[in-house]
Design a protein around this ligand. Structure first.
Ligand SMILES: *Cc1c(COP(=O)(O)O)cnc(C)c1O
Length: 402
C-alpha cells in the first residue's frame, strides 16, 4: 500500500463551491418550496410532466421499480447489464425484486442485443435498465424498438449522465422513466441526491402517490449533509485530496453491494445547492469535454458505439490488454497521483450476496470488462500536464487493446 503525500487527482469531481453551500443554507427554512422549484425547472428543461427529487439514485430506482410493479403486479424481475454499478442490484433487492442479467456486447459497455431478445420473452420481466456508464450513451432507442410490442418498461439509468445529450436528444428522457444521481463523483452533485423523470402519466401518477408517503430529511440529517458538503468542497482539491484519500475509514472509491439505505425526498438544503444546476452542468461538461477530447486525441479509444464524437463523460473508460497491465497502470497512477481508477470490482454475477444468479461463465464479456477496465479522470482539476502523464502510462508498452 503506497501512501502519497502531495498533489493527487481524485478520479471524479463535481466541485461544490462555498457559494452553492451558502445558497443551500439560505433556503433551509423554505421547506418544500425549494425542492418543488428545482423539480419544476427540470420538468420544463426536460419537457416532461413529472419530476421528483429524492435522496439518491438508489432511492430513485427503488421508488420507480415499486411504481412499475403497481402497474404490473404479476411481474417482479428486472433486467440489467451484467457489468454496472453495484447500487443497481442493491436497489432491486431492496425493492424486493429479482435481478436478471444480460451480457454486454464485446468492445462496448452496452447490452449484447443479440442476447437480450430471449430475455424479453420472460413473462415475469417488469423492466429493462439500459445504463449510460461513465456517460457513454447506451442505445435506448434500439431497446425501445425491440421491446415495443411487449408490456415491459424501459428504465433509463442516467445516474452518471445528468445533463448529457446524444444525437440531439436529452439523456434521461429516452425510456419510459429515467433517473439521475447527484451523489459524489457524478456529473453534478449535491453531496447525495437523485432525480426521477417521466412523461408517462400512469407511471407519474403512481410515483406521485408513493412520494407522498416517504419521509423527509430531519435537522440532524441536514446538519450531516452540511458538514459533508463543506468537507467535499475542500477535500476535492488535488493539493488536499491526498489527505482524505489516505484515511482508510473514509473508504473513498470503494464499491459495495448494500441494499440498506434511506429513501427520502430531497431536502431544501440540497435543492438550494442545486439552484444553479444548469450553469454548473454546462461549465462542468465543457471542462470534462476538453480533457476527454485531449485524451482521445492521443489515440486512446473509448469503448462503445461512438465513432468520432466523444460524448459527455464523467470518467474516460479504457479497456487495457489484460489484468496484469491494469494492475501496473493503477499502481503507477497511485504513486504519481494521477487519479486513474478501477471500474467496479467484478461483474454483477460475482456479487456473493446475489446467490440466485446463474454461475459459471455465463457473462464472459462483463467479466472481461471488469478485469480490464480502468477509468481516466477528465474533471476540471485535470490539467494539460496531467493528461500527458496519464496518456504516457498507456504508451509505455502495448498497454491498450489494439
Ligand atoms: C451511482 C449510480 C447509481 C446510484 O446512485 P446513488 O445516488 O449513488 O445512489 C445507480 N446507477 C449507476 C449506474 C450509478 O453509477
Amino acid at each position: 500500500m503506497v501512501m502519497r503525500i502531495g498533489r493527487t487527482l481524485p478520479p471524479a469531481a463535481s466541485p461544490l463551491r462555498l457559494k452553492d453551500i451558502a445558497s443551500g443554507v439560505s433556503v433551509i427554512f423554505e421547506g418544500e418550496a425549494a425542492a418543488r422549484r428545482l423539480e419544476d425547472e427540470l420538468k420544463s428543461f426536460y419537457q416532461v410532466r413529472y419530476c421528483f427529487a429524492v435522496s439518491s439514485g438508489k432511492a430513485a430506482l427503488v421508488l420507480i421499480l415499486q411504481a412499475l410493479h403497481q402497474i404490473h403486479p404479476e411481474k417482479d424481475e428486472v433486467l440489467i447489464p451484467a457489468y454496472t454499478c453495484y447500487s443497481v442490484p442493491s436497489a432491486i433487492i431492496k425493492a424486493g425484486f429479482k435481478v436478471r442479467l444480460c451480457d454486454m456486447a464485446p468492445g462496448t459497455l452496452d447490452f449484447d442485443f443479440s442476447r437480450i431478445v430471449e430475455e424479453l420473452e420472460n413473462p415475469h420481466l417488469l423492466c429493462v435498465i439500459p445504463t449510460h456508464l461513465f456517460g457513454i450513451p447506451a442505445d435506448v432507442e434500439r431497446l425501445n424498438t425491440l421491446i415495443s410490442p411487449r408490456d415491459i418498461f424501459v428504465l433509463e439509468d442516467a445516474a452518471q449522465a445528468m445533463g448529457g445529450g446524444w444525437n440531439g436528444k436529452k439523456i434521461g428522457t429516452l425510456g419510459d422513466v429515467g433517473l439521475f444521481s447527484m451523489g459524489r463523483g457524478k456529473a453534478f452533485s449535491t453531496v447525495e441526491g437523485g432525480i426521477i423523470l417521466t412523461d408517462n402519466d400512469m407511471v407519474g401518477r403512481k410515483l406521485e402517490k408513493q412520494l407522498a408517503t416517504i419521509s423527509r430529511y430531519g435537522a440532524m440529517d441536514t446538519l450531516r449533509l452540511f458538514f459533508n458538503a463543506v468537507a467535499l468542497s475542500v477535500f476535492i482539491y488535488p493539493w488536499i485530496y491526498w489527505l482524505p484519500k489516505s484515511l482508510p475509514f473514509l473508504r473513498l472509491g470503494e464499491t459495495h453491494f448494500n441494499p440498506s439505505f434511506p429513501i427520502k425526498r430531497l431536502s431544501s438544503f440540497q435543492a438550494g445547492m442545486a439552484k444553479k444546476w444548469s450553469t454548473a452542468i454546462t461549465r462542468l461538461k465543457a471542462a470534462r469535454s476538453v480533457n476527454a477530447n485531449k485524451i482521445a486525441g492521443y489515440g486512446i479509444k473509448l469503448p462503445g458505439i461512438c465513432r468520432g464524437t466523444i460524448p459527455d463523460l464523467i470518467r474516460f473508460p479504457v479497456l487495457v490488454a489484460d489484468t496484469e497491465t491494469k494492475k501496473k497502470i493503477l499502481q503507477k497512477s497511485e504513486r504519481m497521483g494521477l487519479g486513474i481508477s478501477d471500474g467496479y470490482p467484478d461483474s454483477i454475477d460475482g456479487i456473493g450476496e446475489l446467490w440466485d444468479l446463474p454461475g459459471g461463465n455465463t457473462f464472459p464479456v462483463a467479466k472481461d470488462i471488469a478485469e480490464r477496465i480502468v477509468t481516466l479522470p477528465v474533471h476540471p482539476y485535470v490539467n494539460d500536464e496531467d493528461v500527458r502523464d496519464i496518456v504516457q502510462l498507456f504508451q509505455e508498452r502495448s498497454y491498450v487493446e489494439k
